[in-house]
Design a protein around this ligand. Sequence first.
Ligand code: PLP
Length: 495
Amino acid sequence: MNLRVRKIYEALFALEDLREIFRQALPTAAATGTATTAATGTALDESGEEELADGIARVEAILRELKYGKGSPIKHIDAEGRIELRTREEEFININSIQPGGRLTPAARKALIAYGDGYSVCDKCLGGRLDGIRKPPVEEFHAELAEFVGMDEVRVVPGARRGFQAVASSLLGKRTGEGTGKGTGKGTGKGTGKGTGEGDIVLVSDLAHYTEFLAVELAGGVVREVPSGEAKKITGDAVAEEVERVKSETGRLPKLIILEHFDYNFGNEHDVYGVGKVAKDYGVPFLYNGAYSVGMVPVDGKKIGADFVVGSGHKGMAAVAPSGILAVTEEWAPKIFRSSQIVGDLTGRRFGNKEPEMLGCTLMGGTLLSLMASFPTVKERVNRWDEEVKKSNYFCREFLRVAGSKISSELPRKHTLTKVDTRESFDTVARTHKRRGFFLSDELKRRGVVGEFAGSTRVWKFNTYGLNWARLKYLGEVFVEIAEKYGLVEGAGGG
Ligand SMILES: *Cc1c(COP(=O)(O)O)cnc(C)c1O
């Protein structure tokens, strides 16, 4: 436990309490009998002033403790002790596989402080459309975002999954009268979409994320998995073969192809350019899943040949969850971002300025503002992707010094997410260790390394994204040191 880190949290919380005083006070000095204009700075009544002075003294005391490393560390955010502080980014090196790209920038954390209130982005919403808000500059942000991923139009969505959902829902046929829900009265809803009533087909990878499956399911479609083969890499040819198979079996083309640039399982790079070309050749729309790339890797959707580009704010764009983006080409914008047509039968109300796939508005506060605040950093950091890959490969080389360890992902690494197999290294120790599989996470934690691998010494994943060289070298040393302790380094000292 790092006392200074915890003192910083304590001071931040104490400042929030000061902020609250103003949220309870009158906006003018009326409380003291002088109804002057607001914002003159003396709006607190006597007890408020007293509370403020006490609060400032408290902040000063905490800062003194921070400065001199004194006092006791706080452990929770609340007095009841129900919610623990989250300090893993400050007190540890976090190599969790899904978290590094979503680590907030300082700007995003400030945005969260300032825009954390519910519908905070709606202060100056004139047209009833999130993407039209000028203050804060949401409209401008949308334009920049589209350019950033090389597409024409973009909307922010609550997670990549909601991007898949909007596209699947727009493209897949609604199965009304097609096998489901025929019949009346008691017999309704029988038939589960088998046989002729089967829904539209979407091609996904055999390494596809579950959210792609669910988006297709919800839209009434079915998936066909394209095999990634021995190499665990999806090629354009494999997709073309599956398109042909679907065509000859059903007489129709798939309605959509979804492929992730980097899959969540191995972090392998898949041939999105090749698939983009195949998709064009067959005239099948192509959704580029950039959950593990947008915001970390340079992405040019049109160059790839994508009709849709989906990114994740909390996975790759240093934003608060749930957030993400759905970008489309000009050609698809009218279909995906179509306007609402529904009319109230009683009131005749219409909502022509709302987009049904977005359910009107999506990210209305801290999520969007964190995305926007991080954006300048995100735009710049994608240019340093090569360096991230270099660091990833450096770490993998160090990791392989642990005798018996294997990298399950492709080598050399092209991403920072890596799957490893330590059944013949760390797991040989776990078999006789009294802590069993937990020994490795114990040893790592003791050295300040955390991730999501409690108990897993067998096949697991880590992600080195965003670690500077100092942290990365330390990380390498930690693994080698643990290996040495348990006699797992052959020819120790070699490089
Ligand atoms: C994480 C991930 C998703 C889901 O992203 P959300 O933004 O959480 O919805 C989808 N696809 C892949 C490949 C992922 O790695």
